[in-house]
Ligand binder design. Structure first.
Ligand SMILES: Cc1cc2nc3c(=O)[nH]c(=O)nc-3n(C[C@H](O)[C@H](O)[C@H](O)COP(=O)(O)OP(=O)(O)OC[C@H]3O[C@@H](n4cnc5c(N)ncnc54)[C@H](O)[C@@H]3O)c2cc1C
Length: 388
């Protein structure tokens, strides 16, 4: 068991901190007010080669593991960029995992280098309005016509679709009533986001204004067969493969967000003097901050355990889910505590913690809800009957 970062890992954290220092609080405050994708951060990370951190060197990646990717994402979020920064590159880091693992050599050559170089931006289209967390009941259909498929349906909450030129999308190729298991008959495609066939309508939302989330209305989108990843009908199984890395990364981002909030609250508590002494001298201020630190540290250990298991090729479903749950809750508590510590100023935009709180709801809700994680742990770890 090793709890210290290696020299290389420390160097990754330092390099990302240096890049993020160029994007200060004023930058993120403006993005939060005005919206607008943080293209500058995306471009800077791409130019320095960071978008391919966990991709194979044959395609321009750095060939590092999920542990290093998690450190990178925690550092971006923890810099104060929060989810506004992390979500701008999140999809690049984990999203094409199914292509890397299940794609053909030609697909990897075609798809991975432009994504790593930042020339392509991809979105990830799974969630549907009428299916929610019950993914196997999604309604988007892909009908085969000769050497291509025709896709129609609706997706919801698809992040970065305003700026993406590519999408990884799951659709049903065999109707639900003609498959043995509901997880069969779904296929995965990585294809062009053709705006003549896909209407992208932004959803006005609570936070992370810089990184859009959208409804997609897909109307007879032609997708060539060579854009199908792996075998027809196996898409759900390929998607599952990428779920653990996604949970690990969003958990790392949540830890970073919580740490950013805690750092602001702690420094404010040292300086703000009321009743003739710093408010941080009061235990009622100290204790919630100490609790936030402990919860974030514990969540971080679970993130690192899950990432280490993943990198070793070992099962990590329980740990990745637990990490996502613990980190999201710890981040939320930390952000809430930060607002309480700053008092009225916690509610003012210029102190940033209210933005962090709004952003901390994202890892609580997505990509899977806390309730469903508890159901998963109850079933898969504790052996209780499946409840959903
Ligand atoms: C900011 C943001 C960005 C997102 N980005 C993307 C994206 O890029 N791509 C994408 O595909 N999706 C994205 N999502 C969607 C996200 O993954 C879903 O919102 C999430 O999976 C929950 O699905 P739902 O909203 O349909 O909830 P529902 O399935 O409608 O569930 C609603 C509530 O009911 C609970 N519930 C349902 N069934 C049960 C049960 N059996 N037992 C206990 N509780 C239950 C859930 O836990 C949840 O609390 C994003 C969401 C947000 C908010």
């Amino acid at each position: 068991m090793q709890f210290n970062l290696t020299e290389d890992q420390q160097a990754i954290v330092a390099a990302i901190e240096k890049i993020c220092a160029r994007f200060d609080d004023a930058y993120w405050l403006e993005r939060d007010r005005e919206g607008g994708f943080p293209h500058e951060l995306h471009r800077t990370l791409a130019d320095a080669g960071w978008l391919g951190i966990a991709m194979s060197p044959e395609y321009g990646g750095a060939g590092l593991g999920m542990t290093e990717a998690a450190l990178m994402m925690r550092t971006i979020s923890g810099s104060g960029a929060g989810l506004s920064g992390a979500s701008a590159v999140h999809m690049n880091i984990f999203g094409l995992n199914p292509v890397q693992v299940f794609g053909s050599e030609a697909q990897k050559q075609r798809f991975l280098p432009p994504l790593i170089a930042g020339r392509d931006k991809a979105c990830f289209a799974v969630t549907e309005p009428d299916a929610g967390l019950d993914t196997t009941h999604l309604k988007t259909q892909a009908v085969r016509e000769g050497d291509h498929y025709v896709l129609s349906g609706r997706k919801i909450w698809i992040s970065t679709a305003q700026v993406a030129n590519k999408m990884l999308i799951i659709a049903r190729t065999t109707p639900l009533d003609r498959v043995q298991k509901p997880t069969d008959g779904l296929s995965l495609f990585y294809t062009d986001l053709d705006r003549t066939r896909v209407e992208v309508r932004e959803i006005e939302k609570m936070g992370r204004k810089a990184v859009d989330s959208n409804m997609l209305f897909i109307d007879n989108l032609r997708v060539p067969e060579e854009d199908r990843i792996g075998e027809e009908g196996q898409g759900f199984h390929y998607l599952l493969h990428g779920l653990n890395p996604e949970r690990i990364l969003i958990a790392a981002e949540a830890v970073g967000l919580g740490q950013a909030a805690l750092a602001r609250a702690t420094s404010y508590a040292k300086e703000r003097v009321v009743f003739g002494r710093p408010i941080g001298q009061n235990q009622a201020i100290q204790h919630p901050l100490a609790q936030a630190w402990m919860a974030l540290e514990a969540a971080n250990l679970m993130v690192m355990k899950a990432a280490t298991l993943y990198d070793a090729g070992e099962p990590c479903g329980a740990e990745a889910n637990a990490a996502k749950y613990l980190a999201a809750e710890a981040a939320f508590q930390s952000c809430q505590t930060a607002i309480a510590t700053l008092g009225g100023m916690g509610y003012a935009k210029e102190y940033h913690v209210e933005r962090y709180l709004r952003e901390s709801m994202i890892p609580r809700l997505a990509p899977v809800s806390p309730q469903l994680i508890l159901c998963f742990i109850a079933e898969k770890v504790l052996g209780l009957p499946k409840s959903y």
